[in-house]
Design a protein around this ligand. Structure first.
Ligand code: 5GP
Length: 194
């Protein structure tokens, strides 16, 4: 998605450890117009699939997930993050290691909001090593829900996440694909195609 790639080129900052900082339009300050366009694109990609629910993780997945839910007219559920969870019967839980924060969190979704009749679209801001998405897949499997696909705003294709999703034969759509960081600059898959 050119609009998102242009915005990353303009405002993204490449940090140590292959981390892209995008806090002025996605991770802290949020640009609603850009989120709207991203929601439209995800909806275009997944419309007609019979999706009944969108799942994401708090907090940065929420904005793109909501704008997609707005277009597809389905509810959006965000998994809540906790440092640790004592066994709770009314929640599906999974453990997720955070790539950027280097800590493990439990993520949890209430059993009220996910059922075996659901067809789910998972949305998240970044795909790196795939731990966040793997946690959401695990929760869907616990609930017996069908996963229709995964929609990612920014994928770093040189990390392991997409392999993990491909192994599960789940459809993956990423709006911006970063193949490398070179001399502090972002290289997109579309740059190589051009
Ligand atoms: P994963 O679980 O795929 O390893 O990482 C996904 C999560 O880590 C995302 O939801 C995002 O919060 C965070 N993350 C991973 N890589 C980056 C990055 O390069 N920049 C930012 N801002 N967040 C990242």
């Amino acid at each position: 998605m050119k609009l998102l790639e242009d915005r990353i080129k303009r405002d993204g900052k490449v940090l140590e450890g292959n981390v892209l900082k995008v806090d002025n339009f996605l991770n802290h300050q949020v640009d609603p117009d850009l989120m709207f366009e991203m929601g439209e694109e995800f909806a275009r990609l997944f419309r007609g699939e019979g999706i009944t629910k969108i799942l994401t993780v708090e907090s940065s997945g929420i904005a793109p997930a909501i704008l997609t839910g707005l277009q597809l007219h389905v509810p959006v559920v965000f998994a809540r993050k906790h440092k640790s969870l004592t066994l709770v019967n009314d929640m599906y839980t999974s453990t997720v290691y955070s790539y950027t924060k280097k800590v493990s969190n439990e993520i949890a979704i209430s059993k009220k909001f996910l059922a075996d009749t659901d067809k789910v679209l998972i949305i998240d801001d970044f795909l790196a090593n795939g731990q966040a998405v793997a946690g959401l897949i695990d929760i869907c499997e616990q609930a017996g829900a069908v996963i229709d696909g995964v929609g990612i705003a920014i994928e770093k294709t040189f990390q392991r996440g997409h392999e993990l999703i491909a192994e599960k034969q789940i459809r993956l759509e990423s709006l911006a694909k970063i193949t490398a960081f070179k001399d502090g600059k972002v290289v997109f898959e579309s740059d190589q195609e051009a």
